[in-house]
Write a protein that binds this ligand. Structure first.
Ligand code: CO8
Length: 255
């Protein structure tokens, strides 16, 4: 297996929590092709790794979670290259983190823009530091948010607010992001990592099968009508039953 920590990212695992850090602080942790390819590979590896229950994504330094696509790299591209790159990446990258079965948390420690916000929106939970700034500025560059942003942001905050953010491309601060529901909560920068780790550990201590199946059932609620979601919940329930984990958990309640 190739080394997980590379020149563009670090990976540390403690107490069942994998912390993946985008490590390009000199460019605000912008996503170049190498980083995207490595994250897609890593997503599979960490999902399959028995030592990992929860995965945290964050950015190196205290200025940025991720400032989106690497515009220096993109600036070198021809139209054909952009098109071919997109055909290769689109279906994979747009769901690479969302498809992780285990819970994912974005620890947002500064600018969270464009493709960076689209990464955060793929995560199950988002906690931000008080210096964080959010935005989908793609339209200001002549593009649209094309890595899930036009779909996930309206689902997160409602269509009208998403239209305001996407059509103006303006940044919002952490307090506004919390008010809109983009993030679960905002904490001082120095408390971000402890807060995220506390949340991650409180999930990691629960039986993994139950956590994963509950995530599957809740995700279904965003894709289907209630009747379909109830059916999905039922299907997600069965593997919990068959795992027998619950028997050990109920042992102490036996007469
Ligand atoms: N890509 C590459 N380098 C970047 C990026 C980026 N996304 N963001 C910042 N950097 C670099 C800067 O160029 C600078 O490098 P250098 O020291 O060599 O000049 C370094 O990071 C530090 O940045 P700043 O000096 O600008 O720091 P500030 O604190 O003044 O500003 C900002 C921080 C607000 C984050 C500012 O850097 C900025 O606006 N960056 C661009 C953000 C952005 O628009 N991201 C792209 C969003 S769109 C997207 O992700 C989808 C792709 C859209 C397709 C576009 C095709 C053309």
């Amino acid at each position: 297996m190739p080394a997980r920590t590379t020149d563009v990212k670090t990976v540390e695992i403690t107490d069942g929590v994998a912390v993946v850090t985008f490590n390009r602080p000199q460019v605000m942790n912008a996503l170049n092709i190498q980083l995207r390819e490595e994250i897609m590979q890593l997503a599979h590896e960490l999902d399959a790794d028995p030592a990992v229950s929860v995965i945290v994504f964050t950015g190196a330094g205290d200025k940025a979670f991720c400032a989106g696509a690497d515009l220096k790299e993109r600036g070198q591209r021809s139209t054909d290259e952009m098109y071919n790159e997109r055909r290769f990446f689109r279906n994979k990258w747009v769901n690479a983190i969302a498809n992780i079965a285990k819970p994912t948390i974005a620890a947002i420690n500064g600018y969270c823009l464009g493709g960076g916000l689209e990464v955060a929106l793929q995560c199950d939970l988002r906690i931000a530091s008080d210096n964080a700034k959010f935005g989908l500025p793609e339209v200001t560059l002549g593009f649209l948010p094309g890595a899930g942003g036009t779909q996930r942001l309206p689902r997160a905050i409602g269509l009208q607010k998403a239209k305001e953010m996407i059509l103006t491309g303006k940044h919002i601060d952490a307090a506004e992001a919390e008010r809109l529901g983009i993030v679960l909560r905002v904490v001082p920068l120095s408390e971000l990592f402890p807060a995220v780790m506390e949340l991650a550990r409180s999930i990691a201590k629960n039986p993994r099968i139950a956590v994963i199946q509950a995530k599957i059932a809740m995700n279904a609620s965003q894709e289907t009508m209630l009747s379909g979601g109830i059916q999905a919940e039922n299907e997600a329930w069965l593997p919990c039953l068959l795992s027998d984990t619950w028997k050990a958990k109920l042992e102490r309640f036996k007469d």
